[in-house]
Design a protein around this ligand. Sequence first.
Ligand SMILES: Cc1cc2nc3c(=O)[nH]c(=O)nc-3n(C[C@H](O)[C@H](O)[C@H](O)COP(=O)(O)O)c2cc1C
Length: 380
Amino acid sequence: MGTMARGAMTTIYTKAVKPTIFRIHPDKVHDGMIVQGSRIQRLTPVLAAAETLLAHEDPALETEAYGLTLRNPLGLGAGLDKNVAIPGILQMTGFGFLTFGSVTSRVCAGNPRPWFHRLPEQESLVVHVGLANGGAEAVAARLRALAAAADPRLTSLPFKISIARTNDGRTGDVDEGIDDYVRSVRALDGLSPLLELNVSCPNTMVGEAFTAPEALDRLLAAVDAAAPSQRIVLKMPSDKTWEHFRDLVDVALDHRVDGLTLTNLRKDRDGIGMDPAIRGNLSGRPVRDLSTEILRRTYLHAGDRLTLAGLGGVFDGRHAYDKITAGATLVELVSGLVFRGPAVVGTIAAELVELARADGFDRVQDAVGSRADSPVPAAG
Ligand SMILES: Cc1cc2nc3c(=O)[nH]c(=O)nc-3n(C[C@H](O)[C@H](O)[C@H](O)COP(=O)(O)O)c2cc1C
């Protein structure tokens, strides 16, 4: 039943819905999705029925990570729902966990619009949002209200909150940046099982101070001292040399960091052939192999000392499985939802079980790192 429903939904999405919405500016589509999604998710019986059709349930998908038992290893990556507006809609698609944010300590208007540009042939979004969000205090209040309402359609999935440094004209030196992160950590303390520190947003006016190893070391020492109740995950950049990246991993290993999410958007546009006037950085297919290769090397370097989540260009089961066999315990996606539609999560979940079984694994998690010795082939 689920397979047929997902197949029908994918056909409708790719043949009818996507051609229609791809005629509308992506900023408008994104804003509309949040407004309409917030309304639709009040229809909780509809969400429950849709989840039955879309989600793929199988004990072989159950995944242990961060002390949690997840129904599957697939999560929403940061950025689609910054202010926790549509958790019910996202849960309905069949994810095992969600990421909200990135949020910042001060309310942040983000960069001047446009924020998005589509590259349909590359299956990529050029993202230039610059961390627009309602601020950590507002998101904390929203999470408290959801918990008090105790609506399982909105609150039953485990989630991370992604925290970034505020991107505005008041941003100062490294000390100010550390203070900014710690304010958010304190505001959100205890409100989620996991906090993700986004140190790698490529769309800010002050750059990425905390992808320098010394600055990251100081930031993580301050977060250690703040001692939030959550486990800490770092969102990693995609554009560093392996030597630089490895230094960042080593800094993480010196602190109270439980895991890494690899990777953020791609900066370089080599081979993309796009208008240089378009501002922003690339999601989707152009990030896929780049991020899987960084993940593989990180797994070989850090082993099971860190829980790795692979993200970048995951549109089908094979892409997700490649990240798992390279060393990812968890796999996240954002652009896959945009380019393949809401049935993509359940479809990937079903394909993952088949791919793992074909390799002789009873559980998908048993396949983690099983091909980490083989470099990811370039371009795919
Ligand atoms: C619409 C959009 C907004 C994003 N916003 C954020 C963000 O706020 N914080 C963050 O860490 N990453 C953000 N990202 C990056 C994604 O989390 C992810 O690292 C990247 O898009 C690669 O995954 P994908 O190919 O599945 O989209 C955003 C990506 C997209 C497409």
